[in-house]
Design a protein around this ligand. Structure first.
Ligand SMILES: Cc1cc2nc3c(=O)[nH]c(=O)nc-3n(C[C@H](O)[C@H](O)[C@H](O)COP(=O)(O)OP(=O)(O)OC[C@H]3O[C@@H](n4cnc5c(N)ncnc54)[C@H](O)[C@@H]3O)c2cc1C
Ligand SMILES: NC(=O)c1ccc[n+]([C@@H]2O[C@H](COP(=O)([O-])OP(=O)(O)OC[C@H]3O[C@@H](n4cnc5c(N)ncnc54)[C@H](O)[C@@H]3O)[C@@H](O)[C@H]2O)c1
Length: 467
């Protein structure tokens, strides 16, 4: 029986554990905080739960346009919002732990690291320091999966104090909404919190080191979001790098690299993450880390050391829960001798949970513009969609990229309130080499937002048969 030790119980670790247990390996999962990982405890799950509450308040604000007056302002009870966020995360962690234990995985609450190996040893020894203070345990493994995730990057002159200067993981301890939130960093995390807090009625200033919010996303999508943010009263400071953040009893003072200062009641630092690989004893097994601290892996999650795999945010490949989970499963299939398809990042779908949401899949604007991929494209504004009109939605679009000759769908972008749900037909098209004709001939519901996906397909159909 193959002995497997998994370090870290996030999506990469727990999905790997389920696969390995299903294949009758002996599996030990070591998790020092909570099963489900940072994903469930502090990052993905809490942020999306918080955003769901913000969305309820936003719904109230839109009622007047729909002819429904709500007499009183919707009141945000932040402690209740936060307690729902934490309760849901705790319950989900419990569910996952129970599921993997039922599958036969041994879960150890503790911190794991490599122990120096004897030369030419085919196995690896993992030293585990239990969280409850009991004696260190050493477990020998034929295969080790490193799935230790990443943690918020801290700027040396802007160290979070958990009160005024906050990482996204500390937001759920606030008792009251900030009077004025300064968000530093305009990546996906920053954009999602700018959206949620502005929906909750909090004045927000966004310090963006780039020309625009969401520098890695589709430019039309980013422009739509900037318009929405500005309309909601968000102040955006483009091309502004925060050098320093100082907290006082009154609030925070953010010093930008050009000397300007921005003040607020709280600062939320969303300036990226660093991998949790520094204290794993990687050198004990000869595993070299990249300069960023990430672990290099191939498309079946192998590291440079035989018997050691890595998956998820610690590899820095594409920091998404869905990708982490797939990397973890692939690692176990490969290690246990199953037939396995290497990871295909070009088919990954992702969403930014702002309001409206931005969902993307496959090849995007940057790769088409640079000439890396030849494509025809269409952008269909949501304002033309009957269901959108009924729901009072005037923002958003469906964009599709297809191969010029064959019409095979290679990418898409949707900006809409439920873009994260609407993107699935495009993801299926990209994954399965479907064409715009396939989309065009698919029945969509009338009226529905997804009607814009099939309509965009029709707009890209070629009317000659010479291709
Ligand atoms: C604010 C925010 C929102 C996000 N929203 C989304 C989203 O909507 N959708 C999406 O797909 N992705 C989202 N992500 C990304 C997603 O959270 C990560 O990609 C995902 O958590 C990566 O999973 P992982 O398994 O690599 O590790 P993690 O979830 O980071 O878990 C790693 C675990 O390893 C444990 N660990 C670390 N070192 C050790 C050790 N030595 N021994 C034992 N245990 C250890 C940690 O305690 C932790 O529990 C979001 C990220 C952030 C920051
Ligand atoms: N909905 C989702 O799926 C979701 C949500 C959040 C995060 N994520 C994942 O996490 C990854 C990381 O996202 P992120 O937003 O946390 O980090 P990021 O690294 O993508 O963005 C951080 C931003 O902060 C800026 N920055 C850095 N230092 C700065 C400074 N001193 N002043 C001002 N700006 C500064 C950077 O230029 C960058 O644009 C994403 O790529 C995504 O894969 C996913």
């Amino acid at each position: 029986m193959t002995r497997i030790v998994i370090l870290g119980g996030g999506p990469a670790g727990y999905e790997a554990a389920l696969v390995a247990a299903q294949h009758e390996a002996s599996v030990v999962l070591v998790e020092e905080d909570s099963v489900g990982g940072y994903c469930v405890a502090y990052d993905c799950v809490p942020s999306k739960t918080f955003i769901a509450s913000a969305g309820v308040r936003a719904g109230f604000r839109r009622n007047a346009d729909m002819g429904i007056e709500v007499e009183e302002e919707a009141v945000v009870d932040l402690p209740r919002v936060n307690s729902r966020v934490k309760g849901l995360a705790l319950a989900q962690s419990g569910d996952i732990k129970a599921t993997i234990q039922r599958a036969g995985v041994r879960v150890i609450d503790g911190r794991g690291r490599f122990r120096a190996a004897e030369d030419n040893s085919a196995t690896h020894d993992i030293e585990i320091t239990p969280s409850n203070g009991s004696a260190t345990e050493v477990v020998t493994a034929d295969v080790v999966l490193i799935a230790t995730g990443a943690s918020p990057r801290v700027l040396p002159d802007a160290v979070p104090d958990g009160k005024r200067i906050l990482t996204w993981r500390q937001l759920y301890d606030l008792q009251e909404l900030p009077e004025h939130l300064v968000v530093v960093g305009s990546g996906v995390t920053g954009a999602e919190f700018v959206s949620a807090y502005s929906e909750l009625g909090v004045p927000v200033t966004l310090i963006s080191s780039r020309d625009r919010v969401l520098p890695h996303e589709d430019p039309d999508a980013a422009a739509t979001l900037e318009e929405v943010f500005t309309e909601r009263g968000v102040t955006i400071e483009p091309r502004s790098r925060a050098d320093k953040v100082v907290a006082s009893a009154e609030g925070v003072r953010v010093t930008l690299s050009d000397g300007r200062e921005v003040t607020g009641s709280h600062a939320l630092m969303t300036v990226g993450s660093i991998p949790n690989t520094g204290d794993l004893g990687c050198d004990a097994v000869g595993l070299e880390l990249r300069e960023t601290g990430h672990i290099t892996v191939d498309r079946v999650s192998r590291t440079s050391v035989p018997g050691v795999y890595a998956a998820g945010d610690c590899t820095g490949l594409l920091p998404l829960a869905s990708v982490a989970a797939m990397q973890g499963r692939i690692a176990m299939w490969h290690a246990l001798g199953e037939g396995v398809s290497p990871l295909r990042l070009k088919t990954v779908a992702s969403a930014v949970f702002t309001r409206p949401e931005v969902a993307t899949v496959g090849i995007g604007h940057k790769q088409v513009e640079s000439g890396e991929f030849a494509a025809r494209e269409v952008l269909l504004p949501l304002g033309t969609n009957p269901r959108a009109k009924m729901q009072g939605l005037d923002r958003g679009f469906v964009k599709i990229f297809c191969r010029p000759a064959t019409g095979v769908v290679i990418g898409g972008v949707i900006v809409a309130p439920v873009a994260s749900e609407l993107v699935l037909p495009l993801a299926m098209a990209v994954q399965n080499n479907l064409t715009v004709d396939d989309l065009a001939h698919t029945f969509s519901i009338y009226p529905s937002l997804s009607g814009s996906v099939t309509e965009a397909g029709r707009r890209l159909m070629q009317h000659d048969d010479l291709d």
